[in-house]
Design a protein. Structure first.
Length: 341
């Protein structure tokens, strides 16, 4: 009997856990934390991890690779594949239009055009005569306000402001968005005064500051060396190409952010046209430029992006190289190929 009692006592001692020892089958805090983290990372409910044998306390963390293999996370997409990352990384546009429509009385000339204009790039507007490209251009600094019966619907956003708002100061607006017209139109003033007039009107009164500004603008337009000895002669005495460059100098003298050009070389000879095109390439380092042109070769040479207008609609807008080599729309291809227009 003494031997049997001793054996029972020994069995009870072996079955009871000692102090500091967990009962068999109870997961450790580390095991529970690993399981919770894995469940949270995969978004799925996993079965409880099997209890680890006492001799192998590190067996539970070794299960992590198998859980990852069962619920793999999708690899991040490459920017080249989706294009979304590149789009998000692109700088904000200098300005943009949203559902812009222009009317002359009851006639709709521009139909809900939405475009974004990249900062310090040249955008060419092309299309047959009467398609609305010049009307669209003039709306960008609200020059259409001067035409009786003209009205605008939609939005034009520049610097966080919708300039179509009735409270917009159009004088200030046209200082920030300069305009160069199809035919040279210098003031009936001296070469010097053509450039100095705008800054003086906007508050520059110091003679030395005006002298410096006039020279700076004439140098930017490659005109200084040609006229520096006759600054007080009439601007109308210059050649057509010189007059157009003088008008560009007059526009940039008031420190605009954007330059609008409505067929700036259409009335010029080939040599003067080449000088204006060279000037546009230099000016885009400091300004966003929008140019209307009927010259397809000119659009291809000077612009970064091209928009094709037809009957008041924006048909296609893309990088110039794409428009001229692989347009999306057949009508675009027909126009630039000379099959209509």
């Amino acid at each position: 009997m003494t031997m049997i009692a001793t054996e029972k006592t020994e069995a009870r001692r072996n079955a009871a856990p000692t102090a500091g020892e967990k009962p068999a089958g109870t997961p450790s805090p580390a095991d529970s934390a690993s399981e919770a983290a894995l469940n949270a990372g995969t978004g799925t409910v996993l079965p409880p991890a099997p209890s680890a044998p006492p001799a192998q306390p590190a067996s539970a963390p070794k299960q992590a690779p198998s859980v990852s293999a069962e619920t793999p996370k999708p690899a991040p997409s490459e920017p080249e594949a989706s294009g979304s990352a590149l789009t998000q990384a692109a700088p904000p546009p200098a300005f943009y239009t949203k559902d812009l429509s222009v009317f002359y009385g009851e006639k709709q000339a521009i139909k809900q055009v939405s475009m974004a204009f990249p900062d310090r790039q040249v955008v060419a507007l092309i299309g047959p005569s009467g398609c609305g490209k010049s009307t669209f251009l003039r709306s960008l600094n609200r020059m259409n306000d001067l035409i009786p019966g003209a009205s605008i619907q939609g939005e034009i956003w520049i610097g966080g402001h919708n300039i179509c708002d009735s409270k917009t100061d159009v004088v200030r607006l046209r200082q920030k968005i300069g305009m160069v017209w199809q035919r040279p139109n210098p003031f009936h003033k001296s070469i010097y005064e053509n450039v100095a007039f705008g800054p003086r009107y906007h508050g520059v009164k110091n003679k030395a500051a005006l002298d410096q500004l006039v020279e700076e603008c004439l140098r930017k337009t490659a005109l200084w060396d040609e006229v520096k000895d006759r600054l007080h002669q009439s601007g109308l005495a210059l050649s057509g190409g010189q007059q157009q460059r003088l008008c560009i100098a007059r526009s940039i003298a008031v420190k605009p952010d954007i330059l609008l050009m409505d067929e700036p070389a259409s009335a010029l000879d080939p040599v003067s046209t080449a000088k204006v095109e060279e000037l546009i390439a230099e000016l885009k380092q400091d300004y966003t430029i929008v140019i209307v042109t009927h010259n397809m070769h000119q659009a291809a040479r000077v612009s970064d992006k091209t928009a094709f207008f037809f009957l008041g609609d924006l048909v296609e807008y893309d990088d110039t190289n794409k428009i001229f080599t692989n347009p999306t729309r057949k009508s675009t291809d027909d126009y630039i190929s000379g099959r209509f227009g």
